[in-house]
Design a protein around this ligand. Sequence first.
Ligand SMILES: Nc1nc2c(c(=O)[nH]1)N(C=O)[C@@H](CNc1ccc(C(=O)N[C@@H](CCC(=O)O)C(=O)O)cc1)CN2
Ligand SMILES: Nc1ncnc2c1ncn2[C@@H]1O[C@H](COP(=O)(O)OP(=O)(O)OP(=O)(O)O)[C@@H](O)[C@H]1O
Length: 184
Amino acid sequence: MKKEEIRRRVKAQKALLSDNERKEAAKSVFAVLENSVAFLLADRILMYHSLPDELSTIEFIDRWHDRKHFFLPRVNGVNLEVLPYDRSQLKYGAFHIEEPVGDNVEDIDNIEMIVVPAVAYDRNGNRVGRGKGYYDRLLAGSRATKIGVGYDFQLVNDIDTEPHDIGVDIVITQSHVITVRHRK
Ligand SMILES: Nc1nc2c(c(=O)[nH]1)N(C=O)[C@@H](CNc1ccc(C(=O)N[C@@H](CCC(=O)O)C(=O)O)cc1)CN2
Ligand SMILES: Nc1ncnc2c1ncn2[C@@H]1O[C@H](COP(=O)(O)OP(=O)(O)OP(=O)(O)O)[C@@H](O)[C@H]1O
């Protein structure tokens, strides 16, 4: 399926969710994540600070921030920078997403796990984002374990990929956990 078509469909399905469905989905997806070997082994983890239409990461970050080193992305022009998460030091940035402040930019090589937001994933770990290529550019330089999380309907049958697309290693939704094989 074409990326534009996927974006349109997922947006329509998100609009139908109740607050309770949103809450329950985030709870169960992050419960799977926190019990995964990959998460238990990782200390330095790049999360995303959720937008209202994404699985909420707020409760999860709150729960674990004393025990893991969390990082968040910050938009800088066409690129994402990675900075340490500090709850008291967040500011609304581009796209009205809360981002870290300061100049403590982390080298992406030091990140062991990345929870990658997306509009949709398929069973081969391909992803469709919001169409600006931020994560494709960031992930191109990283060997971290990449985890995609989303609602069940964000797992789609197949995604038309382009050469610059970088996929994820694991996809977690409420009803599915997919470990992608044969990734480069
Ligand atoms: N929570 C979160 N943080 C993130 C991302 C993300 O997808 N989710 N990003 C992932 O790249 C980067 C920010 N990129 C973004 C790109 C577009 C839109 C956005 O709201 N797009 C509108 C379309 C508006 C427009 O075209 O300008 C939309 O999707 O409806 C948001 C974030 C970095 N941080
Ligand atoms: N590694 C890269 N280097 C330069 N440009 C890139 C790279 N990856 C993607 N782009 C550009 O970014 C634009 C958006 O790509 P695409 O539609 O695949 O984004 P996306 O995967 O949906 O978004 P995101 O990665 O932000 O979640 C494309 O025009 C593409 O040319």
